[in-house]
Design a protein around this ligand. Structure first.
Ligand SMILES: Nc1ncnc2c1ncn2[C@@H]1O[C@H](COP(=O)(O)OP(=O)(O)OP(=O)(O)O)[C@@H](O)[C@H]1O
Ligand SMILES: [Mg+2]
Length: 231
């Protein structure tokens, strides 16, 4: 099954009288278990596209099927439900809650999903073990390195077992070594658990971890093929 099917997606931003067209008829199919890097110049529409994929914003035209379900016409509450069940998000800024320890941060989406405190704690610890941070569960985010914080954010994103991870420049704030740690984790999640990943990056070295590269320019797909290929 395809995890993402976009057909003819168009998007403009409107601020009063000013209309900024950003995406022009994007067609994109991502199969389950794929690992796609999304690249393109600043302003080409990568984050706009990720926000549409993540049901954080709506297209003006086109159709979107997410995990086999047409989500184009869903209302906001229905979109939120699909989003919570289907998508994990990771951003450049880790967005961890400062006053909660690492385990509590990872447990939070599970509590929102209605799990008991005990079940959420157990699952959070299991996730932290999986990302190699089990021993740091009781630390505050500020007591972790950037790469460790991003691994916590990945654990949190995967708490409710979404089939799709959307990552917008997840290594943008990290140095070379910690970038490698985070990329190794994403590689393993894709390879061992069949997690589908769409990752935005400006770095060729990061994109090289994906199995497919999609390049945007001026809101259009101008390359779709092997990473390191022309474009
Ligand atoms: N809320 C908004 N209102 C108006 N214009 C916006 C808004 N968000 C983005 N834009 C414009 O849409 C275009 C695409 O922005 P987007 O953030 O998708 O680019 P990007 O490819 O993610 O760039 P970067 O690599 O710098 O993150 C830009 O011209 C930007 O100025
Ligand atoms: Mg962006």
């Amino acid at each position: 099954m395809d995890v993402i099917r976009l057909a003819g997606i168009a998007k403009s931003y409107r601020n009063g009288e000013v209309v900024t067209p950003v995406l022009h008829g994007i067609d994109l199919v991502v199969g389950a278990g794929e690992y796609v890097a999304l690249m393109g110049p600043s302003g080409s529409g990568k984050s706009t596209l990720m926000n549409l994929l993540g049901l954080l914003d709506r297209a003006d035209a086109g159709h979107y099927q997410l995990a086999g379900r047409d989500v184009t016409e869903l209302n906001a509450a229905q979109q939120a439900e699909v989003r919570n069940q289907t998508i994990g998000f990771v951003f450049q800024s880790f967005n961890l809650l400062k006053r909660m320890n690492v385990q509590e941060n990872v447990a939070l989406p599970l509590l929102y999903a209605g799990q008991s405190r005990a079940a959420a704690r157990t699952r959070a610890q299991e996730l932290l073990d999986q990302v190699g941070l089990g021993a740091l569960a009781k630390r505050l985010p500020s007591q972790l390195s950037g790469g460790q914080q991003q691994r916590v954010a990945i654990a949190r994103a995967l708490a409710c077992r979404p089939p799709l991870l959307l990552a917008d420049e997840p290594t943008g704030n990290l140095d070379t070594q910690t970038t490698e740690d985070v990329l190794a984790l994403l590689d393993a999640l894709n390879r061992d658990q069949g997690l589908s990943i769409v990752l935005v990056t400006h770095e060729n070295d990061v994109a090289a971890h994906a199995k497919r590269l999609v390049r945007l320019k001026d809101g259009r797909v101008v390359y779709d093929g092997a990473p390191g290929g022309a474009g």
